[in-house]
Design a protein. Structure first.
Length: 369
């Protein structure tokens, strides 16, 4: 994608080429005399020796945007960035495709109820269960690419490349078992001890493995919304896979129809909606850290709460096409938070068009987020 956008103006170098990588690591100064910016450096995490040299070049000129750094291993890439290039770089996370990229609607801002709801017709051929099951990986947008073979290869390359580089996994089968158990818990509160018992490792190892999934962008941990900021960090988070196709493959839901009728239908559809909302914030002008869920001591729950300054927006998910006021029954719990104003809310569902359910709450079709 970067080469398509910038290839006519930027030189491209990939560190998958071992000769190029060896030259960069052995003499960074000579490497940049032969490869002057503007330049795209692909798989930059393999050449951490270049970060300090890039810092020097950047600091010598006020011109911005001369280096485009890409990497498939987020953890190693970010470690080099934070150590050498902090304050000198803009970051862009590349997720799987969002619905907006595949179907529209045209707006690209962060999804917030009331401000980015649009009245759009359902796209031709739209089937949320098929989209959920197929997943968001770019290659899988080509219907000729086999779903099962793609994900088997994806998981194998992930285990052999990213996981071995990040942690010392002595038993890959056990780590794979952890992946399966984590996928079976998507859309649920994450209990490390419970997962550890099922995988037959200790909870500390599970937490370490979870951090690898987070660093790889495979999962996102959603924090509960509390007025007390400390509680947001200490209370139990929810686990969400960012690609429902991968979660379906790991848990062996082998077709959209089996998924729709299966025991995980609710959790998987919730995961799908949450990942789409998160992508809208990560791709647009929002901050994914402003997206939470709500669960208080009375077990009153709201699927999503989006914070915009001192205004909070409640969101609920329903699989029906005509949700009633009962769907927003928990929204009133937010009225007791004196430090915040409750803004417009939404019930994301299978409705044909957005319409008001109550004052300040609208039903929103899942394809319109």
């Amino acid at each position: 994608m970067v080469r398509e956008l910038l290839g006519d103006r930027y030189r491209y170098v990939s560190f998958d080429d071992m000769d190029v990588l060896d030259a960069a690591k052995s003499d960074p100064g000579l490497f940049f005399r032969d490869n002057r910016p503007p330049i795209i450096l692909d798989e930059i995490q393999y050449a951490p020796e270049l970060f300090s040299r890039i810092k020097l070049i950047v600091d010598q000129s006020p011109e911005k945007g001369r280096f485009v750094l890409t990497g498939s291993q987020t953890y190693h890439l970010m470690r080099g960035v934070t150590e050498s290039l902090a304050g000198r770089i803009a970051l862009l996370d590349m997720n799987g495709h969002s619905q907006r990229e595949v179907y529209g609607p045209p707006q690209r801002g962060a999804y917030i109820p009331g401000t980015s709801d649009v009245d759009v017709a359902m796209p031709d051929g739209y089937d949320p269960w098929d989209i959920m099951w197929r997943g968001s990986m770019p290659e899988l947008q080509d219907s000729s690419v086999g779903w099962d073979s793609f994900y088997r290869g994806y998981i194998r390359s992930y285990l052999e490349r990213d996981v071995r580089d990040l942690i010392n996994v002595r038993d890959e089968r056990r780590f794979y078992r952890f992946l399966v158990v984590a996928a079976s818990r998507t859309g649920q509160l994450f209990n490390a001890s419970s997962v550890a018992n099922e995988v037959e490792v200790d909870a500390t190892m599970v937490k370490g493995w979870l951090s690898v999934l987070e660093a790889s962008g495979i999962v996102r941990m959603l924090r509960p919304f509390w007025s007390n900021l400390g509680k947001r960090l200490t209370k139990t988070p929810k686990l969400y896979f960012m690609d429902t196709g991968l979660a379906c493959h790991l848990t062996r839901w082998n077709s959209p129809e089996v998924l729709r009728r299966g025991a995980m239908a609710g959790h998987m559809s919730e995961t799908f909606v949450v990942s789409e909302v998160l992508k809208s914030h990560m791709n647009g002008d929002g901050d994914a850290e402003d997206v939470y869920f709500y669960r208080d001591g009375r077990k009153c729950e709201i699927d999503l709460v989006i914070q915009g300054g001192r205004v909070i927006h409640p969101i609920e998910f329903k699989s029906s096409s005509n949700p009633t006021r009962e769907a927003m029954a928990s929204f009133g719990a937010l009225g007791g938070l004196s430090d915040y104003e409750v803004g417009e809310g939404a019930v994301i569902c299978q409705a044909e068009r957005p319409h008001l359910i109550a004052e300040n709450v609208k039903s929103v079709p899942v394809w319109a987020i």
